[in-house]
Design a protein around this ligand. Structure first.
Ligand code: ZN
Length: 346
């Protein structure tokens, strides 16, 4: 996990300048050093230790930038700029987390400026899913496209919208919050972790997948997933995916339901933005196209989209899995730092 499985470019082959990207998560912090073409030069990851508080983490994120420099054999001053992707909602102009669900006690902490003070470099602050979206746009699944929407499926549903090198952050730092678009306005809609009913995140996140499966099991559902849960196995997306892969009807129904809601949400985004590509990324991608469950899931998403969109969009919009995996956020944060650096030095 320390970069041994990553294809690192030797410094001698890197195109200067270099940029660092830091991806802050609830459990781990990932840091990538990339060259001007988005190629990975060094990588480093550490646990977040969220309970130690934001100042401790800011100091360690600053140190991680120094670590990247020493791993690559350069001075920290040789890193042109640092990007920092953080869970939101954020106040991006102020460089703060407004309300951090999985980082209790971090609210209103001046994260961007403290990390900048600790590493001595200018820091570009971004929503983590927007950063991941930019990573996929720059060097991932959507490389070469003019615009993309990325939906990250994990504990929640994150969104990133990139249109021609513009990262859609919005007037109040709440742009691209695609997990909170309304897909179900009915009175019996599921409640999103944000407290509002009917949001996409209440139907297509790992949390909602577990809840939907638990409800079906509790309602008397049978089969191998129900049996595994009865035998004490943890009802996780991995278990649901495994049992769907083994042909269990209940597990398959849960995945297909999530895929259907995801397709509905994607149609709304397509009809708002008309992106060239829609990518599905994050921790929960069911083995992607290389795995039968991943193929079944995205086929159901496409089917729902095709049923509800205009024929020209059904024909021409690419819907596929993201390709950078867990590195999208750190690489993309570096890419956003690069955009800022080029603007500031144009
Ligand atoms: Zn919500």
């Amino acid at each position: 996990m320390m970069g041994s499985d990553r294809n690192l470019r030797p410094l001698s082959e890197a195109t200067q300048p270099l940029y660092a990207g830091v991806d802050l998560g609830g459990t781990s912090i990932k840091a990538a050093l990339v060259d001007d073409e988005g190629r990975l030069v060094a990588f480093h990851t550490e646990p977040t230790h969220a309970a130690r508080g934001p100042e401790d983490a800011a100091a360690r994120m600053g140190r991680m930038v120094h670590t990247l420099a020493s791993l690559a054999g350069v001075a920290t001053a040789d890193i042109a700029r640092v990007g920092l992707g953080s869970p939101g909602p954020l106040d991006i102009p102020a460089g703060k987390i407004v309300r951090a669900g999985n980082l209790p006690g971090w609210d209103d902490f001046p994260l961007r400026d403290r990390v900048s003070a600790h590493c001595g470099r200018g820091v570009t602050f971004a929503n983590d899913a927007n950063a991941a979206g930019y990573g996929e746009f720059w060097v991932g699944s959507a490389r070469g496209t003019s615009s993309l929407v990325l939906l990250t499926l994990g504990t929640g549903v994150g969104g990133g919208i990139i249109i021609g090198d513009v990262n859609v952050e919005g007037a109040h730092s709440h742009g691209s919050e695609c997990g909170h678009i309304i897909v179900d306005p009915s009175p019996e809609a599921r409640i999103c972790p944000c407290g509002q009913p009917g949001h996409l995140e209440a139907y297509a996140s790992a949390t909602s997948l577990k809840a939907m499966a638990a409800e079906k099991v509790a309602a008397g559902g049978t089969g191998s997933l129900a049996a595994a849960v009865a035998a004490g196995e943890d009802l996780s997306p991995i278990l649901i995916s495994r049992e769907a892969g083994a042909g269990d009807a209940l597990a398959t129904a849960v995945l297909m339901e999530a895929a259907r809601w995801l397709g509905i949400g994607i149609v709304t985004l397509m009809h708002t933005i008309d992106p060239e590509a829609v990518l599905i990324g994050g921790a929960m991608t069911f083995g992607r196209e290389e795995h039968p469950v991943g193929r079944m899931f995205i086929a159901r998403v496409r089917e729902e989209v095709h049923r509800r969109t205009f024929p020209v969009l059904a024909r021409s919009t690419t819907i596929r899995y993201a390709s950078l995996g867990g590195d999208a956020g750190s690489i993309g944060a570096a890419g956003l730092a690069r955009l800022d650096h080029r603007r500031l030095h144009a």
